[in-house]
Ligand binder design. Sequence first.
Ligand code: ADP
Ligand code: MG
Length: 382
Amino acid sequence: MSAVIQDTREQKTLVSLRNLNKHYGDFAAVDNINLDIQDGEFLTFLGSSGSGKSTTLSMLAGFETPSSGEILVDGKSLVNVPSHKRGIGMVFQRYSLFPHLNVRDNIGFPLAIRKQAAGERERRVEAMLKLVQLEQFAHRRPAQLSGGQQQRVAIARALVYEPRILLMDEPLGALDKKLREDLQDELRHLHRRLGITIVYVTHDQEEAMRLSQRIAIFSHGKIVGLGSGYDLYQNPPNAFVASFLGNSNFLKVKAQGNAAATFEGQALAIRPTAGLQDGQDLVLMVRPEKAQVLTPDQASLSPLAAGWNEIQAKVAETVFLGESLTCSVVTASGTHLTLKELSGATQPLQPGAPVRVRWAAADACVYSEWNESDLSKAAGAH
Ligand code: ADP
Ligand code: MG
């Protein structure tokens, strides 16, 4: 894991969503969202289909009216400002380019309808063609371009009138994986060069991680996690985020004091957690790469370090993946864990072989509230 680079620029709130709601009849598509978006940041809304990402973005763009709540930009309400006066650019999954116009005229279209002088218009369109590296394609029509090139035209068209905020709703969703990754890198670089604020929507966690400075995780119309990808992955605020972002293992334990718990009758060290009652049900979450799998022989040669835990299990399956291998194990009470080891660190283990699983108490998150469905979702993801 690379070091976290601290951004020393001063943070200033550009957009505030305050108690924002969107109801369709009885149904809350967006359920009381509060969020501050920093000037110049790349923020991604990540969540499964139907979680309210697009509806939130559409209210920001001005395509949907909130049922209640406020949208502020620089402290001023946007709710009664029409879409085209918000200084916001928008890119969708469907490129919605004009098929009869060439690349240059597609990009210049927003300036033409804003009646901008021809000279200035040409200058800006040229700058955009350069920015998205489509100078040689300026005379082509959309049908003569690849999907990735069409999406670059759509991005240039959204940026040509120099909006302060660019909203993107699954803009790469229709492209294949390799092209998507190339465009993700381009977008990240573009954001750095332009310094504008980008709010991006995706259901793809890897894409969110690659692109964003911060991620807002959506579930059922609410934001249930907010932070850098690094923080959300290392220290998920709740079991839902832990199971949604990356793979996770959950162990049901009972609290003993505020830094210990029991699992299958055995004492474990846990992160000190305030306010625990003895015997209280807790869930521990350990990432697959944070735990070690040892054979009993290896374990007896290597004493358990202070602050570490060890439990016994049997191998269910190992899968070799090249640089790493995953080892699924099951404990005496039937808890399944999936662990990721670097190849070479572990001998391929046969199903049924006894093993010891170790992890540092500091690496396991402690949750006192969870949904069973989050835990089973996580198990199903392996
Ligand atoms: P996402 O972009 O996260 O996939 P959306 O914001 O598009 O989700 O939708 C959130 C929820 O609101 C979904 O359950 C969707 O069916 C519902 N929804 C969206 N638009 C409408 C509408 N015009 N009428 C009724 N329900 C809607
Ligand atoms: Mg959507």
